[in-house]
Write a protein that binds this ligand. Structure first.
Ligand code: ATP
Ligand code: MG
Length: 277
C-alpha cells in the first residue's frame, strides 16, 4: 500500500545536504523505520528539479540490492517534495571513516564489490550516478553497502555523451570531466563513476582525500591542477599488489583505459572479501 505523509512521524534528523533535509521517520501503524528526504518548496528551481530527477531514477532501481531502496514519494500541500527510502542504520562511509578510522582491505573489498554491483546495474541501464563519494555510500548493521543520493545522476541518451556541466562534488571528478577533449575525446559518465570509486576506496584506506596531505585544506585551483596535470595518486607501500592494481584500473587518466564496472567485478582484489563479511 502507498504510504502517505500523514502516516509518518519524524524521529530525528539524519543529515542535511544541498538538496534538503533527511529525517529518520516511523510509520505509525507498522512501526517500520524509514529515511525521508524533504526538499522544501522554497528551494531554488535546480534543487527541485534534482529532487524530481532523483525520484524518477530511484523508481527504476528498486530491484537492485546495492542501491538504497525507494518506497515512494509525495508532494505535500505546502509544495515540499518528499522521498521515502529504506533507513540505513550504519550511516555513510564518510562518518564511518571519521568515527571508526581507516578501513582494512577486506572491508574495502566488500565495499568495492557492493558498489560495483550497484554501478554495473546502473550503467547497464544507462544511468550515470555522477556523485560517488564516501558521503553518498550508506551502510547498515546487516553489513549491506548501498549507493545513495541520485540528485545529480543522469539517464544518458547515448553510451558516450559530451557533457560540459559541472555537477557532483568537484574533488571526486575525473580528469575527463574537466577537459573532455584531452582525455579520450568524450566525457563518459560511466567511466567517471569508476574514477570516483577509485578515489573513494583510496581515501577510506589512507584516511584523507588522495590529492591532499592529511589535514591540508582543499584549494580548488590546486586540486584541479593536480587531478588534470599530475600523475594519478598511488597507494602507500602497505597496500597489497591486488589493491594497488585495482585502484590503478580505476584511476587511469584516459577514460577509455579505465576498467568498466563489469570488468572490475572480475578483479582479483574482490577475492579478499570474505563471503561472510
Ligand atoms: P548532498 O547533495 O549535499 O550530498 P543531499 O541533500 O543530496 O546531500 P543525501 O546525500 O541524499 O542528500 O543525504 C544527506 C545525508 O542524509 C547523507 O549524507 C546521510 O548522512 C543521510 N541519509 C540520506 N539517506 C539516508 C538513508 N536512507 N538512511 C540513513 N541516512 C541517510
Ligand atoms: Mg549527499
Amino acid at each position: 500500500d502507498a504510504i502517505a505523509a500523514g502516516d509518518l512521524e519524524k524521529l530525528a534528523v539524519l543529515g542535511h545536504g544541498n538538496g534538503g533535509t533527511v529525517y529518520k521517520v516511523r510509520h505509525k501503524s507498522t512501526s517500520a523505520t524509514y529515511a525521508l528526504k524533504i526538499i522544501h518548496s522554497d528551494a531554488d528551481s535546480t534543487t527541485r528539479r534534482r529532487a524530481l530527477s532523483e525520484t524518477s531514477i530511484l523508481r527504476r532501481t528498486t530491484d537492485c540490492p546495492h542501491v538504497v531502496r525507494f518506497h515512494g514519494s509525495f508532494e505535500k500541500p505546502s509544495g515540499d517534495v518528499a522521498i521515502l527510502m529504506e533507513y540505513m542504520d550504519g550511516g555513510t562511509l564518510e562518518t564511518a571513516l571519521a568515527h571508526g578510522g581507516t578501513f582494512s582491505e577486506e572491508r574495502l573489498a566488500k565495499v568495492a564489490r557492493d558498489v560495483l554491483g550497484g554501478l554495473a546495474y546502473l550503467h547497464a541501464r544507462n544511468i550515470a550516478h555522477r556523485d560517488i563519494k564516501p558521503a553518498n555510500i550508506l551502510v547498515n548493521s546487516a553489513g549491506e553497502v548501498k549507493i545513495a543520493d541520485f540528485g545529480v545522476s543522469k539517464l544518458m541518451c547515448r553510451t558516450l555523451e559530451a557533457c560540459n556541466s559541472y555537477v557532483g562534488t568537484c574533488a571526486y571528478m575525473s580528469p575527463d570531466r574537466f577537459d573532455p577533449e584531452a582525455y579520450g575525446g568524450n566525457y563518459n559518465g560511466f567511466a567517471a563513476d569508476i574514477w570516483s570509486l577509485g578515489l573513494t576506496l583510496f581515501e577510506l584506506y589512507v584516511g584523507h582525500f588522495p590529492f591532499l596531505q592529511a589535514g591540508q585544506r582543499p584549494d580548488w585551483a590546486t586540486l584541479m591542477c593536480a587531478i588534470c596535470f599530475g600523475d594519478p595518486p598511488s597507494l602507500p607501500e602497505s597496500a597489497s599488489t591486488e589493491f594497488h592494481s585495482f585502484v590503478d584500473c580505476c584511476l587511469k587518466k584516459e577514460s577509455g583505459e579505465r576498467w568498466t564496472a563489469a570488468q572490475l567485478l572480475t578483479h582479483p582484489f574482490l577475492c579478499k572479501c570474505p563471503e561472510t563479511f
